[in-house]
Design a binder for this molecule. Sequence first.
Ligand SMILES: Nc1ncnc2c1ncn2[C@@H]1O[C@H](COP(=O)(O)OP(=O)(O)OP(=O)(O)O)[C@@H](O)[C@H]1O
Length: 914
Amino acid sequence: MAPAPDLLPLAAARPPDGAPPGPDAPDDPSAPAVRERLTAFADASPLTVLRRLESSAKGLDEREAERRLPRDGARPLVPGAVRRAAAHLARLARTATDPFVLVLAGLSLVSAVTGDPRGAVLIALVAVLSCLLRFRQEHRSDLAAARLRALTTATATVLRRAEPGAAPAAREVPVDQVVAGDVVLLGPGDMAPADLRLLSSSDLRVNQAAFTGESPPAGKRAAWTGTGGAPAGERPGLFERRELCLMGTSVVGGTGTAVAVATGSRTYFGATHRDLPRRAPATTFDRGVRAVSWALLGAVLAAVPVVFALNGIDRGSWSHALLFAVSTAVAITPEMLPLVVTTALARGAAVLARGHVLARRLPAVHNLGAMDTLCTDKTGTLTLDRITLACHVDPLGDPDAGVLYWARVNALWSAELAPEAAGDTIDEALLAADGAAGDPYEDVRGVGAVPFDSARRRATVVVRPRDRLGCEVVVTKGAVEDVLELCERVRLPGGTAPLGAGERDRLRALADGRAADGIRLLAVATAERPPSGRGPGPADERGLTLLGFVGFHDEPDPSAAGALAGLARLGVRHVIVTGDHPLAARRTCRDAGRVPGRTVLGAELAALDDGALRDLVAAADPATTLIFARVDPRAKARIVAALQRAGRTVGFLGDGVNDAPALRAADVGISVTGAVDLARESADVILLRKDLRALERAITGGRRTFGAGVTYIKIAVTSNVGNVASMLAASALLPFMPLLPLQVLAQNLVFDLSQLSLAYDRVDRAGLAGPRTFDVRDLARFVAFFGLIGAVFDLATFGLLWWALQGYGDGPREALFHTGWFAENLLTQAVAILLLRGRGRRRGSPRPARPVVLAAVALSLTGLLLPFSPLGAAIGLRPLPAGLLPVLAAVLAGYALATVLMRRLYLRLFRRWL
Ligand SMILES: Nc1ncnc2c1ncn2[C@@H]1O[C@H](COP(=O)(O)OP(=O)(O)OP(=O)(O)O)[C@@H](O)[C@H]1O
């Protein structure tokens, strides 16, 4: 018999139309071409696909994989050099188009047009310097973040042979080492490392939401239907193809084996995304900064025409008036804001890394600081995840070896038939337990398995007993409530009996009692069926007979209580979100030293609409732990969204495949190094150890970073607004400008540079005590209070300078006035940095860090010494006569005293500081 056309050896002929492309096919990266190629792979039989790719079901040998790597490996979606250049350009464009930089550019232009080339060059230099500093800082932080990310790169399990004839072995390789032709093993939590054509599967369900937006998982299977199951002319879309798992999708449940047909830029993801980074949602801090930036730009727009008109009318020189108006605008804008924020974030991430916490996205550091609610699972977070068998009992609660035997049959054959799902701690505990009769490996032979997954909360295998011909046994074990639903009969000492409502209630009560004692009980049930030679389907899981229960211990984690108490001290509320029994969750909660609060079941949750769920979480008692039990993965994400709608900043700590949607939905998704790929890739922050205490330190680090940013903004805005108010007043009162535009600019620049030091400051203990928020109203209040003092003392300076300079001629008097105010401004700003940054030592504020003290000293020295330098002369400053120094000293002392007094008043009135 002639071989079927799709089994023809590769060399025999050119592929017929529509056949999948071979390994040397031209590499058209356009989306239609990629779609065409993938459709061809889906249409072909698995064997054809393997042959076209010159591979086999046993996978590639190592040498061949290595040979293919330069050609077929997951090349980055865009070549490295191009990508780097594009990233640099994008970063440069971002820094150069910052509104604050644009204001500087505008000022430079106005200076040039109004015949002040020196001013134009200097201002342009300031703009360029601000851009370059920020560019450099962002570049360094991006590099650091990339290095951290590299520590947690995703891996894939592939079948490889040491040499051509050798037996295949499963090997974990970094995703970018997967080549076309590699046979990939898929299990729950894995991400598709390439575009894959399935070769075999067992109840495989894949999340394609990243592409289709549909959250229910799509079923996938290897079975070849030749046309994809669709009538001719109606070809199904790529995501409807059951034979394909595309890169970027992830396995939610079941297992599979697949061959990689395209990697990197040749994948569908590569063709459609072309290196577009996902825009992260704005953090609380970002939103606050944005609000402040808009408010300041609004102030600029309002102040500029007033200053322009006042100066123009008063002094008749409109070009000078324009220059002065624009420099007033510069005086308001905190142009170093983006730089300070990035510096503080980079420093925050470095501090976190020292505490074994990796921030995969820099802004997540801010969100850690703002987080006020932490959701955790139970197993492995509040418990040690060292599960041991505690009991095996019949439906009456008496010890029974038969139950353990069937539970072990289920565990062993789940692992044997679906090796990708192996490693389940419950199954491992069963297999390690003593005291079971019989050997499930010898007595029965596995036919098929649907391994455990969190959504179904059960695992089922079909086995054929070796000593009984003509019969297969379906064995299900899982959560008691779920398995009871599937049972029709119960095995009692006298034989089996129908499972009535009363008996069901009694069995549930038995499970509740054990759960309340901290034992996790699983029900075990079986059914016999005539041999079919196929794996279990949903129909096989009905009409089961309950054999009894197996119970497990999971020791509470002794460190959890201390860590949770620490989180409570930090003002972070705790929520447990678990797939386990509600009473077990309450017991674990108590073991961890927390008071269990309202406990909501998954079924109850499903009946609530989004508004009702938000009200429920909003009404929860903050002193207790809110518990959600028996929830499935999607419900976890709903809970996070409800908490966010209730105004909370939510952290979610999870490591399982079932945690991925919630990790993505949370403000800070937190995972651990040992977590499944999908969980790690979904998280913003990775704990190198699953230890809540590390999280406590990370939160404190986040708050420090947040605090540094807020401190900078408060001090900068206060000082700038105060200055502008006094400049407005001065331009109305004085016969000349209170400062030359260049001087305003120089002063602003020096002040801003000195404030970079705030990124390195120690933070007030009060600033660490609670979650950080960015309250714009609070900022406005602060600015009004302390900006006012600044303005009052500026006006006092004007008066005193005016009076002290009476004896000088018009020209020198003006220059000395400028110099006096310039010096006074920098001196008061140095004092402001030191006094406004914390509450003062007696109220628990730490001493300023050395960089802050040095910055304040440098600022003061610049104010006093710059007028003596050529640079000072270049911007119109003159050496100050010694007689003016006592005047300046008196104003400075008055300012410091007033600030201290106002600070006390402010604290008494508002009970909060920065
Ligand atoms: N290997 C397994 N076989 C059968 N049923 C299982 C298995 N593992 C867990 N279950 C059942 O499914 C339920 C949910 O498990 P899941 O792993 O989703 O959450 P969990 O481990 O109980 O809790 P957490 O979400 O806190 O980690 C368990 O409470 C148990 O009843």
